[in-house]
Design a protein around this ligand. Structure first.
Ligand code: SAM
Length: 284
């Protein structure tokens, strides 16, 4: 039976025009061919994740053993992503304050920050990880989020896009993580559910002690990003990191617009890692 597979949308162009069959079981939607217009992904790239997944599923090892050997199956782009977060985390090791992940989705960044903290600074029990998400996808889309990319290549974002429904799973994972770490009896990782435009101001008001060493902005949209900058930046000491995932990205103009309307682009040095195309960060 053929199943239609949604392309994993890493910022996350929706390719709409055609299907590409790459195995007896799976198809993906892609643009007709790379020759029609400039695509964001090649056909080979679109097939790679699913091909690895097929090999993963066919392997007779237990899932636990397969997870222990994760670099076999995880594409280099996702390994790079984890390494990029590691590089960012190292910058905040000597900086006081907690971490905020703005946009949790399925939890890649949120769980990475939590595990990096446990791995690299097991005694730093006051560094907490807060993850903000509706878990229901984008609550709304504003005018500033409309991109100028050909809609045949990239679908415009819609309310409800990137819905993840991952909160229960992430809480179960955090509970296992707590059992298996130093000082696991002290709380570490928290999820804050709801529209961030409402939950962030409330959270800051309810946490008068809050100091932040890292704010990772990955909402993709103007309004929640602006709200996060407005409310979190006053809690960030010198040397802390304000990181953006979508600056200068034609698909997601809202994040750049939010920076323009708050701190301003000329007022900061926006750095990048030499080998990562996405993350831009400001040392405050
Ligand atoms: C690109 S994903 C985040 C990816 C995540 N950082 C990771 O490591 O995989 C964007 C997330 O932002 C969330 N989001 C966008 N606008 C929001 C808002 N106003 N309130 C709460 N969550 C929002 C979406 O639900 C989505 O899960």
């Amino acid at each position: 039976m053929r199943t239609k597979r949604r392309i994993p949308q890493r910022k996350f162009a929706s390719y709409t025009n055609a299907q590409c069959t790459f195995s007896s079981r799976q198809t993906v939607n892609i643009m007709d061919t790379a020759s029609t217009t400039k695509n964001f992904r090649t056909v080979a790239e679109l097939q790679a994740g699913a091909a690895n997944a097929e090999i993963f599923e066919a392997c007779r090892d237990s899932t636990e053993v397969k997870l222990e050997n994760f670099p076999k199956y995880v594409r280099r782009q996702h390994l790079k992503r984890f390494l990029a977060l590691y590089e960012i985390f190292k910058m905040i090791l000597p900086i006081k304050g907690s971490i905020v992940e703005c946009g949790v989705f399925r939890g890649f960044g949120f769980i990475s920050w939590a595990k990096l903290s446990t791995m690299l600074e097991p005694e730093n029990f006051t560094r907490r990880i807060y993850g903000f998400d509706s878990f229901d996808g984008f609550p709304s889309i504003g005018e500033r989020d409309k991109n100028a990319v050909d809609s045949n290549i990239v679908a415009h974002p819609k309310t409800g896009d990137l819905s993840s429904n991952s909160k229960d799973e992430l809480e179960a994972l955090v509970s296992e993580y707590d059992k298996d770490r130093f000082l696991g009896h002290m709380d570490k990782a928290h999820l804050i559910e709801g529209d961030a435009c409402e939950s962030i101001p409330r959270f800051v008001e309810e946490h008068p002690h809050l100091v932040l060493s890292l704010v990772f902005l990955d909402f993709d949209l103007y309004e929640p990003t602006k709200c996060a900058i407005d409310h979190f930046v006053p809690r960030m000491p010198k040397g802390s990191i304000l990181a953006f995932d979508e600056l200068d990205n034609p698909i997601w103009p809202g994040e750049t617009q939010a920076l323009l309307d708050t701190i301003g682009i000329n007022n900061v040095q926006i750095e990048r890692l030499p080998w990562d195309p996405y993350i831009g960060f400001v040392k405050m």
